[in-house]
Design a protein around this ligand. Structure first.
Ligand SMILES: Cc1ncc(C[n+]2csc(CCOP(=O)(O)OP(=O)(O)O)c2C)c(N)n1
Ligand SMILES: [Mg+2]
Length: 563
């Protein structure tokens, strides 16, 4: 039976198990939207800016391990997706971006709202398609979902001219893909796995650095088995947070520019690094010249392009983390490393990075800590970028997998609100807290309307320091406190929320924090708390840019008392 391109697209989405689409209409996608009511199983969430659609689909994908879908019209709509697509690309998030294109006869004529979106997104998509006939759609959709969700996941864009959406073609959905040039390696090479196990069995000061690849592969149990069997401490990257319980005795927390001092020192002092599903990002390694100079490195990653890209490695293993760890665990001898652990324990006593002073000031770290207490760590935390992100990474204790969602590679301010929408839509039964910067919040503030229209029961905590705080911190440390244009005039966020029919309260004092958090959680719908925190609080520890991982600026000494 024949169907229109738009119908074929909807059928294909259903075949791929899609339940939700985030998007905005426009002329070039009108045939698709005109067809959507025929497919009530496909829930469409109308966002207010296409960047919001892309981040929401990304947040949905990270929360559910399934591709998130966003839709935009041609030209400005498609261009507005770009930041969200780049964000998903950097963090290996499976995203399907569907864009309308001008009708085929107009392509290349600078037609109204024409933009070459496949050209623009070439370097920020795993793959992209311009579909030139309705008959190509079934194979294209099948391939797109396959590419986005397998191997190292990533965004795939499908650009569909308006007349292709209207054209009729026979609908038969393929049950498999045939892509001779794309065959991700899933099993690690046995000889490499043996070598890695041998190095692990011989190491005196081994350490595991676990990254987002462990999350993507859902290799939580395998990672834990390796760590426990061989008694190896675990640090994670920012995006690896949650892949190993932070309350586990072997957890040393996050490493990197704002990692815990002991996590960084442990990496620097190690004699073997087992790097799992991480890409030696500069925010994790600091200056690579001084990175772990006594350590041999085993690097496990599904993407061969990551091997040796930033640091030379001794034993590369390409494949899926879960499969490789399963095989490797069989070759690992039970061990303990008493001397190594007593060294690390002493380090922990000398460098208690998470202690903050007892203060009457409203400290942002305290706010995050109290959200952790109130939820008992059982929540999905979606952050902005900057200081709020680092405090959320440091002061919440992540015990569950998939509980921390943040823009790592691109560092996209404005990610927080729409990504939190996506996470809540994907896992409605979970408590989702959006931890927003007052700067970042204003970059996608319009999505409050989406929350109101769909009654998405998000809890929003604005960390209002009235600064582009992380940049102000850099100005303080490295530009002699010249705060050029980092001070923010802000609207009254509670009134803004009210204008969107979302209840909210402002918190100025420490003793108001806990009642406010409970009020937000007891409210059945969305709720916003504007925390007016100490304006010039800094994120510690910090490795200054260009320094090596061991060169840490720690919190200045006076009265360090745990709160
Ligand atoms: C879209 C975008 N523009 C600029 C930056 C550069 N930048 C990084 S952190 C930051 C400040 C963020 O301010 P805010 O959202 O208030 O968070 P805070 O650091 O104060 O918690 C800026 C401007 C960015 N990361 N993303
Ligand atoms: Mg701020």
């Amino acid at each position: 039976m024949k169907k229109t391109g738009a119908q074929i697209l909807c059928e294909g989405l259903l075949k791929e198990g899609v339940e939700v689409i985030f998007g905005i209409l426009g002329g070039a996608v009108l045939p698709l939207y005109d067809t959507l009511p025929q497919y009530p199983e496909l829930r469409h969430i109308l966002v207010r800016h296409e960047q919001g659609a892309a981040h929401a689909a990304d947040g949905y994908a990270r929360a559910t391990h399934r591709a998130g879908v966003c839709v935009a019209t041609s030209g400005p709509g498609a261009a507005n997706l770009v930041t969200g697509i780049a964000n998903a690309y950097m963090d290996s998030s499976p995203l399907i971006a569907i864009t309308g294109q001008v009708p085929r006869p107009f392509i290349g004529k600078d037609a109204f709202q024409e933009t070459d979106i496949t050209g623009i997104t070439l370097p920020i998509t795993k793959h992209n398609y311009l579909v030139l006939s309705a008959g190509e759609l079934p194979r294209t959709i099948k391939e797109a979902f396959h590419i986005a969700q397998t191997g190292r996941p990533g965004p795939v864009l499908i650009d569909i001219p308006r007349d292709v959406q209207q054209e009729e073609a026979k609908f038969a959905y393929p049950d498999k893909v045939d892509l001779p040039g794309y065959k991700p390696v899933l099993q690690g090479h046995p000889a490499q796995i043996k070598k890695a196990a041998k190095l692990t069995n011989e190491a005196e000061r081994p350490i595991i650095i676990a990254g987002r690849g462990v999350v993507i592969s859902q290799a939580y149990d395998e990672l834990r088995e390796l760590a426990e069997k061989a008694q190896i401490p675990v640090v994670t990257t920012l995006l690896g947070i949650g892949c190993f319980p932070q309350n586990h005795i072997l957890s040393l927390g996050m490493l990197g520019m704002h990692g815990l001092a002991c996590a960084n020192f442990a990496v620097q002092d190690s004699d073997l690094i087992i790097a799992i599903g991480m890409r030696f990002d500069d925010r994790a390694t600091a200056n690579v010249k001084g990175f772990a100079s006594h350590a041999r490195i085993i690097h496990i990653d599904i993407d061969p392009a990551e091997i040796g890209k930033n640091v030379p490695v001794d034993v590369p293993i390409v494949g899926d983390v879960k499969n490789i760890l399963r095989a490797m665990n069989k070759e690992i001898d039970p061990r303990d490393h008493f001397d190594w652990f007593s060294h690390l324990e002493q380090c922990g006593e000398e460098h208690p990075s998470l202690q903050i002073e007892q203060s009457d000031r409203l400290l942002p770290q305290y706010v995050i800590g109290q959200i952790c207490e109130a939820t008992q760590g059982d929540a999905i935390i979606v952050t902005g970028v900057g200081q709020n992100q680092m405090w959320a990474a440091q002061h919440f204790s992540y015990a569950n997998p998939d509980s921390f969602i943040s823009s790592g590679g691109l560092g996209t301010m404005g990610f927080e609100l729409p990504a939190a929408i996506g996470a809540k839509v994907g896992r409605p039964e979970e408590v989702v807290w959006c931890i927003a910067g007052d700067g970042g919040f204003q970059m996608t503030i319009q999505e409050l309307a989406t929350i109101a229209q769909e009654n998405i029961a998000l809890k929003i905590a604005i960390i209002e320091n009235t600064y582009l705080g992380m940049v102000r911190q850099w100005q303080e440390f490295f530009y002699q406190r010249r705060y050029t244009d980092t001070k923010l005039w802000n609207p009254d966020f509670v009134k803004v929320a009210e204008a969107y029919d979302i209840p909210g309260i402002r918190v100025r004092h420490r003793e108001e924090v806990v009642p406010a958090i409970h009020r937000a959680m007891d409210h059945p719908g969305p709720f916003l708390i504007d925390f007016l925190v100490d304006e010039e609080e800094n994120v510690y520890p910090m490795v200054p840019p260009g320094e090596s991982l061991g060169k840490i600026i720690e919190r200045p000494k006076p009265e360090k008392i745990p709160i």
